[in-house]
Design a binder for this molecule. Structure first.
Ligand code: CU
Length: 122
């Protein structure tokens, strides 16, 4: 029956519209990873991704550390050291995370960032 098919289609369309209106859109937060500037703390939602990238001719890496420190000791190395890099870090749960560059004095020159993710649904 065409009428039933049409109403089923309308129902699916309404459902899609409803879910797109209600869903919290996970977003990607681009971060140009350099030293010599200070990064503001980033407030994000669980599910978002912080995308570190650099291609500025300097060597960098991304190390996750347990507190806001410029010592990579005990940290998790997320990338190698290179002049060009990209690392997407998904914030899969609520909490505060700290990242730094362990190359030379870069962290002390500001290449460190704190990201806090909280649940944004509901
Ligand atoms: Cu660096």
């Amino acid at each position: 029956m065409p009428a039933i098919r049409a109403s089923a289609g309308a129902f699916v369309a309404a459902l899609l519209l409803f879910s797109s209106l209600c869903a919290v859109q996970a977003k990607t937060i681009p971060l140009t990873w350099v030293h010599g500037r200070w990064f503001a703390n980033i407030n994000a939602c669980v599910g978002d991704t912080v995308a570190f990238s650099w291609s500025n001719g300097s060597q960098h890496d991304v190390v996750e550390v347990k507190s806001r420190t410029c010592s990579a000791a005990g940290g998790s190395r997320l990338t190698g050291v290179s002049t060009k890099g990209y690392k997407a870090v998904k914030l899969s749960k609520a909490g505060t995370r700290h990242f730094m560059c362990s190359v030379g004095p870069h962290c002390a020159l500001g290449q460190t960032v704190t990201v806090t993710a909280k649940s944004c649904s509901g």
